[in-house]
Design a protein around this ligand. Structure first.
Ligand code: PMP
Length: 354
């Protein structure tokens, strides 16, 4: 820390992204990326856009929004694109929370929520999930501030149904309810259609997972036009050109290729079912994930040991050290070959333990 860092950031603990080791080539199942290349249409459009990088990007994302209107059934003033969905989530903390309007979210969820709260000096309460990692709807009532719910949740992959989300929205008319749908395309019900019905709902999504564009950084929020106007105030007060030209073009390209996205999601779902059933056959307990990852533990090997042994063998998974999670690993669903390699290595590791 330099002697210049201001006091308000001195105690900030930043978010820890999944490791990206450079020492060897790993089968990377630790950051929930897609194993598939971006759509060819996205790649070609980004390459073309690179020819005009001397110009700023369109701050209104006009053409991208036009493409999104059709795909997500929203109108122009109900959507705002950002630099990954992390940015729209941060904007939501900035816009809708303060000392009198604290944030609440489950104790086990996306690790960036407490970081955004701390960064912005926002008080927050982490509400314990039930023992089985599900949300008790009774815990989310009459809050005044903002409620952040990842649906499906991370790192468990467990999802609420749309009518349960609706109950939370109805039970908290004085709160903005932010539903983070980073993983929704792999089998959960989206709450997107509810934005036309409720003025206190913001749905966020990302192009990083189902649309294979993690490296491009593209996400968005959808909500009532008043909420989107508020979020635009934050955007235009921080970085009006938050979506760069190549990313915007790639976004338009991938939205013109929805069949490719749908096929890839189906492949991930099939590979997830293969992985879940193989792990369960090997005696693992795994949550009922509907995301592009599974969350599993075994009573034959600790979470940390399995993580280390897989890493030695060139397979990276994500291990969290907090007490309720440390027996588990979160394993991204990759290609069928990658998942077969994972299961084969886990079998060998377990045999060696006997
Ligand atoms: N929400 C959740 C629950 C996530 O796991 C992630 C990915 N780490 C994000 C949001 C942010 O994704 P991105 O910024 O790549 O859109």
């Amino acid at each position: 820390m330099s002697r210049f860092l201001t006091e308000k950031y001195a105690s900030l603990t930043p978010y820890t992204p999944g490791e990206q080791p450079k020492d060897m080539k790993y089968i990377k199942l630790n950051t929930n990326e897609s194993p598939f290349q971006p759509s060819k249409l996205a790649i070609a459009a980004a390459a073309e856009a690179a020819k005009r990088l001397e110009l700023y990007s369109d701050p209104e994302c006009h053409d991208l929004v036009a493409a999104a209107e059709k795909v997500f059934s929203v109108s122009r003033d109900e959507i705002l694109f950002t630099n990954g969905s992390d940015e729209i989530l941060n904007f939501a903390f900035m816009a809708f929370c303060d000392k009198e309007h604290p944030a609440i979210f489950p104790d086990i969820t996306y690790g960036f929520y407490p970081v955004f709260a701390q960064l912005n000096g926002i008080p927050y309460r982490a509400i314990p999930l039930r023992e089985d990692f599900t949300i008790d709807l009774e815990d989310y009532k009459d809050h005044k501030g903002a409620i952040f719910i990842a649906n499906p949740n991370a790192p468990t992959g467990i999802a609420l149904k749309k009518d349960e989300i609706e109950q939370i929205i109805l039970a908290n008319p004085e709160s903005v309810v932010i539903i983070d749908e980073a993983y929704v395309d792999f089998g959960a019900e989206s709450a997107m259609s509810l934005i036309h019905k409720y003025d206190n709902l913001l749905v966020t999504q990302t192009f990083s997972k189902s649309r294979s564009m993690a490296g491009a950084r593209l996400g968005f929020g959808a909500g009532s036009k008043e909420l989107i106007r508020d979020l635009n105030t934050i955007k235009y007060s921080t970085n009006p050109y938050n979506v760069n030209r190549m990313t915007m073009a790639a976004g338009i390209g991938v939205l013109a290729d929805e069949n490719y996205t749908k096929e890839n999601c189906e492949k991930i779902k099939r590979n997830r079912e293969y992985t879940l059933s193989s792990l369960r056959e090997l005696g693992f307990f795994a949550t009922d994930s509907v995301a592009n990852f599974v969350f599993a533990k075994s009573d034959k090997i600790s979470g940390e040991e399995l993580y280390s042994r897989l890493k030695e063998r060139g397979i990276l998974v994500r291990h969290f050290s907090s007490p309720r999670l440390c027996e588990y690993n979160r394993i991204t669903i990759g290609s069928r070959e990658q998942m077969e390699a994972l299961i084969a290595e886990i079998k060998k590791i377990l045999e060696e333990m006997e």
